[in-house]
Design a protein around this ligand. Structure first.
Ligand code: WTA
Length: 637
């Protein structure tokens, strides 16, 4: 069995096999792991009435594969190397043996607090080793983890806890980030005022600052650890038992809980980690994402640990204490593989060369990007200044729903091409469809990116609402998984992701639904209606532009700058700082068709600075609105 794709020919062989004999192909990959009972059938699927099962009736525990499996040969190898926000604080490292022990102990804490197999545990944590430990502890006992990014507000956290009906909340006093501290416990307290399902909150002391502890509900993490021993047998799970829920935004309604299951997710994250990054036994690998997002789940925790890698986990931000932070850590830890987001690259690029020139960066072998399209300038800068021209850049396209990397170069094996995610990984069958659902064959075409065959780590459902999953992903184009992205396949057959074709905006690699932001804005009492669009932003990729119609009477009492600030505050309160509009324009009306539909196309153009070429505006109810909006457009500072 081929364990790694080493050259173009391997890729071609693997790819062909994955298409002609998918079950055989994935069964061979799955054989590498510890199964308590082998599967009866590799794949069962139906893309119409959506249902997918991989490694049916297989029994396993993913942590046995992430941890126990390595105890024989890698027990003293570092599994997690943690770098704190404050460079003056010491690093913390965990060997595979230590991590195994910590995970078992915390699993016992969860058990002691009554957590049952299949129950949901919500994690609202800083980027500390305890977060990874707690994630794995959930998986150890078969509890379903739902990690909520620490930048979300109390309202957003409560919504996610309630949707998942989580019983336990894991949090910390504060989360250090750059020169600030995020008051996680305070936000959690506010959220817990509206989460009847929560029985207990287990609170980690990260900074030691004082926080409010509610009797009979809040427990200290360190106290709980003292009450348990360090042995915990892994719960035997079915291959299709849910492993985790992760909330993500779509074009309509509130965020949905994407559900990933155990067996397929394990096989695919390990396969992609090993191949895309060409991870070799002694490599030091660093992914700068937050575990609150899918990238952190798949490529800080599960993928690397499944492969027995050393995974660096970083608590801080790229610009603290200065813009050389990443590079200092790379040199100090001799990082070989570095995986980050285009928005971070652009932000650092804007800070100038001097921060890079202070460092050698000679340990680097492979660079990666994820989360949003990378523009050519950022790609070139990353290639020349960070990779010194010799590190392949893997521009990895994938989604929360896909669980793992889908279209990407394989480092050093597939050629790279700036701004291109290049080619599908084995097992992935992308197609481009026109708006009528016809497959576009051949090269030099552009259309809606869909996937026509299942892969092991695809989402299984959206928590509590399978219809919604079917409608969102499998109804736009019958018989296909629809990604929501537009894509071009160039003359050479290489894929270039063009961005979302739905009402999702991607701000600094964070996915936000325009409807979600509008709903928050509309909660302001002076607001009658609003429309939110994305516009090109130098650092963030996309910025958020909000057009807001206010009640004229209320506007007379409050000034326009005041109301703009209030609107931003409402969004911060309902969702979090990541959704704060960059620009708010108060308008007298929105451009609507006679049937009442907002013409977002026009709003997008105005927000991106265009003043003409609005196309056909004859169907507008009141075409003069467009001119009035144009006059009031909010310019860059
Ligand atoms: C976008 C992140 C271009 C895309 C793993 C996708 C990308 C959405 C790339 C998913 C890339 C992700 N090039 N666009 N390499 N990677 N995207 O769920 O629009 O947070 O649909 O998953 O990010 O974002 P999500």
């Amino acid at each position: 069995m081929m364990s790694r794709i080493n050259n173009l020919e391997d890729y071609a062989v693997d790819y062909r096999k994955s298409v002609t004999e998918p079950e055989k192909f994935w069964a061979e990959q799955a054989e590498r792991f510890v199964w308590r009972k082998k599967w009866d059938k590799v794949l069962e699927h139906d893309f119409h009435d959506y249902n997918v099962e991989w490694f049916k009736n297989g029994k396993l525990n993913i942590t046995e594969n992430c941890l126990d499996r390595h105890l024989l040969n890698r027990s003293d190898k570092i599994a997690i190397h943690w770098v704190p926000n404050d460079p003056k604080e010491p690093d913390r490292t965990f060997t595979y043996r230590e991590l195994h022990e910590e995970v078992c102990r915390f699993a016992n804490v969860l058990k002691r607090n009554g957590v049952q197999k299949g129950e949901r545990v919500c994690l609202y944590m800083p980027m500390v080793p305890e977060l990874a430990i707690a994630v794995l502890a959930c998986a150890r006992i078969g509890a379903i983890h739902s990690v909520v990014f620490g930048g979300f507000s109390a309202n957003a956290l409560a919504d996610r806890i309630n949707d998942a009906d989580a019983r336990i909340l894991l949090t910390a006093d504060f989360g250090p980030r750059g020169s600030k501290k995020i008051a996680l416990k305070e936000v959690a307290d506010e959220a817990m005022e509206n989460t009847p399902s929560i029985r207990k909150a287990i609170v980690l002391q990260r900074t030691g600052d004082e926080v409010n502890m509610v009797e009979d509900r809040d427990l200290w993490w360190h106290d709980e650890l003292e009450r348990v021993d360090n042995e915990c047998a892994p719960e035997i799970m079915d291959s299709e038992d849910p492993l985790f829920i992760l909330y993500t935004s779509g074009s309509t309604g509130k965020p949905k809980g994407v559900v990933h299951t155990t067996g397929g997710y394990m096989v695919y994250t390990a396969y992609t980690f090993r191949n895309v990054f060409q991870y070799k036994e002694d490599d030091v690998y660093w992914c700068t994402a937050d575990i609150g997002w899918i990238t952190g789940h798949s490529y800080i925790v599960y993928g690397p640990l499944l492969e027995g890698a050393t995974s660096v986990m970083f608590e801080g931000v790229p610009t603290y204490p200065d813009a050389g932070r990443f590079w200092r850590v790379v040199d100090r830890l001799r990082v070989n593989i570095f995986y980050t987001a285009p928005t971070a690259i652009r932000a650092l690029m804007a800070q100038g060369q001097e921060y890079v020139e202070l460092y050698k960066l000679d340990s680097l072998k492979v660079l990666g990007t994820v989360g949003e399209p990378i523009n050519r300038e950022a790609w070139e800068w990353y290639h020349h200044h960070i990779g010194k021209g010799h590190c392949p850049i893997v521009d990895t396209w994938w989604q929360t729903e896909t669980g793992g990397i889908m279209i990407s170069p394989i480092a050093g094996v597939l050629p790279t091409k700036p701004t291109y995610a290049t080619l599908p990984l084995p097992g992935i069958q992308p197609v481009l469809l026109d708006n009528d659902g016809n497959e576009l064959h051949g090269n030099g075409v552009e259309g809606n990116l869909c996937i026509k065959f299942p892969w092991p780590s695809m989402l299984r459902t959206t928590w509590g609402d399978h219809e919604r999953c079917k409608n969102t992903y499998f109804s736009t184009f019958k018989g296909y998984y629809f990604t929501g992205d537009g894509c071009r396949r160039d003359e050479d057959g290489y894929y270039r992701i063009l961005g979302r074709v739905d009402d999702v905006i991607n701000v600094s690699g964070h996915r936000l639904g325009t409807a979600e932001v509008e709903n928050a804005i509309n909660m302001h009492e002076a607001v009658i209606e609003s429309a939110v669009v994305g516009y090109p932003h130098d650092i963030k990729g996309q910025g958020i532009y909000a057009y807001v119609v206010c009640d004229a009477d209320k506007l007379e009492i409050t000034t326009v700058p005041e109301i703009k600030d209030e609107i931003m505050d409402v969004v911060i309160d309902k969702i979090g700082k990541i959704a704060r509009p960059d620009k708010v324009q108060i308008v007298r009306g929105l451009p609507k068709t006679r049937s009442g539909k907002i013409m977002r196309r026009i709003l997008r153009k105005i927000a991106s600075g265009e003043t003409s070429n609005f196309g056909d505006t004859s169907t507008l109810l009141d075409p003069s609105i467009v001119d009035s909006i144009k006059i009031g457009v909010v310019k860059d500072e």
